[in-house]
Design a protein around this ligand. Structure first.
Ligand code: SF4
Length: 63
């Protein structure tokens, strides 16, 4: 599984960080950082994060 966040859309509201903290986090500059190839076990949390994102910036690519 791969994920991609369109950082041009992201407004760092961090809903994804609350939904899937093992995948998404904010760095010291309050910029979003994320694991682009997370474990499959994180899928439910990532789907929740994608739903929660207010600007729909999270894209999932299941393979
Ligand atoms: S929820 Fe969306 S806008 Fe907020 S930090 Fe995550 S990707 Fe960015």
């Amino acid at each position: 599984m791969r994920i991609r966040v369109d950082l041009s859309l992201c407004q760092t509201h961090a809903q994804c960080v609350f939904a899937a903290p093992e995948v998404f986090s904010l760095n010291d500059d309050d910029e979003l950082v994320y694991d682009a190839t997370p474990a499959d076990a994180s899928l439910p949390a990532i789907e929740e994060a994608a739903r929660a994102c207010p600007v729909q910036a999270i894209f999932l690519d299941e393979d």
